[in-house]
Design a protein around this ligand. Structure first.
Ligand SMILES: C[S@@+](CC[C@H](N)C(=O)[O-])C[C@H]1O[C@@H](n2cnc3c(N)ncnc32)[C@H](O)[C@@H]1O
Length: 265
């Protein structure tokens, strides 16, 4: 059984701030649009898997859906509960493993964002995950998975796996500069595991603090994702996009890989 990666318990606040640059409202609108396109209706119940701060689940709750957020880290689960209470919305928070969770009532949309499937390190875990998602979905329900684009880690040029340029987020008097991975961080090519060294530089008033962590991430190819979903059964790929705007995954501007799967009606 996988144990939680410490960055999500020890550095939950910094993680949340580092990724606060995303346009959650827009991404949720895209998810709703895909539900309309591929399931024929807006989701009444939505589940964010590996939810972390659960910002997307919170947005679904704000829009009136039954919202659920699942995460392995008790710290992240607590944070999600506190954020929901502060926002005055209801989110059902489940502290569970996305490999083998079960819901009491099915949802019509499940989603796993920002490459969180990289936290599943083996094929067996991935297949079991797809089977659990299938069981969590109502007939005709959708599963949306956002992954790193394969161009980030495949090819014969210099390796760029998971390595990003440092980025900065400023909020409430705190400036956070995040670096996620270095080109020469350890890589296990047999298991496709990248041990990304993460650095958070926090500047608050005159004080400066640097926090280091390591996150072990599995590179999943698109066909491995497809194969695992087929082995699990009951899910059909209905789209694969290269970004949230719905561009093609093999287009020149593609920078993410976003699958949409549908459970058989
Ligand atoms: C990239 S972060 C959060 C992603 C969040 N949905 C977002 O969009 O910012 C990944 C999260 O996955 C959680 N996680 C890692 N392995 C997990 C597992 N096996 N089951 C459930 N959650 C897991 C971590 O605790 C962490 O909060």
């Amino acid at each position: 059984m996988r144990t939680e990666q410490r960055i999500y318990s020890d550095q939950a606040e910094l993680y949340a701030l580092a990724f606060a640059y995303r346009d959650v409202d827009d991404e949720v609108s895209r998810l709703v649009g895909w539900a309309r396109d591929f399931a024929g209706a807006e989701p009444q119940a939505a589940l964010e898997l590996a939810a972390g701060p659960a910002d997307h689940a919170l947005e679904f709750a704000r829009r009136g859906a039954r919202a659920l957020a699942l995460d392995l880290s008790p710290t992240m689960c607590r944070r999600a509960q506190e954020s929901a209470a502060a926002a005055g919305v209801s989110v059902e928070v489940l502290c569970a493993n996305m490999v083998d969770f079960r819901l009491a009532r099915p949802v019509d949309l499940a989603f796993t964002l920002i490459n969180s499937l990289a936290h599943l390190h083996t094929l067996d875990e991935l297949i079991s995950h797809f089977a659990a998602v299938r069981e969590a979905l109502a007939p005709g329900g959708l599963y949306v998975v956002e992954l790193a684009h394969p161009g980030d880690f495949l090819g014969r040029g210099p390796r760029s796996t998971g390595v990003s340029q440092p980025w900065q987020v400023e909020r409430d008097g705190v400036t956070l500069t995040t670096r996620w991975g270095l080109a020469d961080d350890p890589y296990d090519p047999v298991r496709q595991l990248f041990s990304a060294s993460v650095e958070f530089q926090v500047a608050r008033d005159q004080a400066r603090e640097v926090v280091h962590a390591t996150v072990v991430m599995r590179d999943w190819t698109l066909d491995e994702i497809r194969a695992a979903s087929r082995l699990a059964g009951g899910l059909t790929e209905v789209a694969c996009f290269g970004d949230f705007e719905g561009g093609p995954v093999d287009g020149p501007d593609a920078w993410r890989a976003i699958f949409v799967f549908r459970r058989a009606p």
